[in-house]
Design a binder for this molecule. Structure first.
Ligand SMILES: Nc1ncnc2c1ncn2[C@@H]1O[C@H](COP(=O)(O)OP(=O)(O)OP(=O)(O)O)[C@@H](O)[C@H]1O
Ligand SMILES: O=C(O)[C@H](O)[C@@H](O)[C@H](O)[C@H](O)CO
Length: 182
């Protein structure tokens, strides 16, 4: 986990249904730090689009990425936040998006990218009541996602960990994340 003298945002990402919110909440609770749900920071135009099952474009996402990064960075720096860290969920599907988050947050970032096979994501999203419209978007998210690899990974000096989620409980995922971030 991040050193106490550094302000850090931990971004939990991946396509819909991978468990960003579930894992992000566990991470925030364990680190006793603020949790920011990126999904609720979309502008109305994006929410309207997604409600109609229309996939967002890069241009739809830039402002949203900036907003969630700035808010997460501010939360990490709040004087009463002894952890100096915040956790934020965000699909961050592309490498360029992760770079935009870094540029916007202007603080240390750690990216946890959750991923799996298309079939598993579809099953997760499809099984959720009130979220049926996302089933249409899972394919587009899956098709554009760039799972961090090579120099982006922490073991190669980068700031990302990539976690295959299939068959793992939220607690197992938490333990794997902590282990990989060491
Ligand atoms: N490790 C897990 N094993 C089994 N089911 C899980 C796991 N993590 C989350 N779930 C379930 O999968 C569904 C999606 O979880 P969650 O909302 O956390 O994902 P998400 O990535 O935040 O989704 P979205 O981006 O669509 O909001 C929920 O029904 C949740 O209970
Ligand atoms: O980048 C995107 O396509 C969107 O941000 C999605 O990730 C939605 O926020 C999410 O699917 C809703 O739960």
């Amino acid at each position: 986990m991040p050193a106490a003298d550094k302000h850090t945002i931990v971004v939990v990402g991946g396509p819909a249904g991978t468990g960003k919110t579930t894992v992000g909440e566990i991470l925030a609770a364990q680190m006793a730090c603020p949790f920011v749900e990126g999904d609720i920071l979309h502008p109305k135009a994006n929410i309207d689009k997604m409600s109609q099952g229309i996939a967002l474009t890069d241009d739809d996402r830039w402002g949203w990425l900036e907003k969630l990064s700035v808010i997460a960075a501010e939360k990490s720096k709040e004087p009463e936040n002894a952890s100096h860290t915040s956790v934020v969920t965000c699909s961050m599907l592309k490498k360029l998006y992760r770079q935009h988050i870094k540029d916007s947050a202007q603080t240390t970032c750690r990216f946890i990218f959750l991923y799996s096979l298309y079939e598993l994501l579809l099953e997760r999203v499809g099984g959720r009541s009130g979220h049926f419209m996302k089933a249409d978007m899972v394919k587009s998210q899956f098709d554009i996602m760039e799972v961090p690899e090579g120099p982006e990974l922490v073991e190669n000096g980068g700031d990302c960990v990539a976690i295959e989620i299939a068959g793992k409980s939220p607690e197992q995922l938490y333990n794997e994340i902590v282990e990989k971030l060491k």
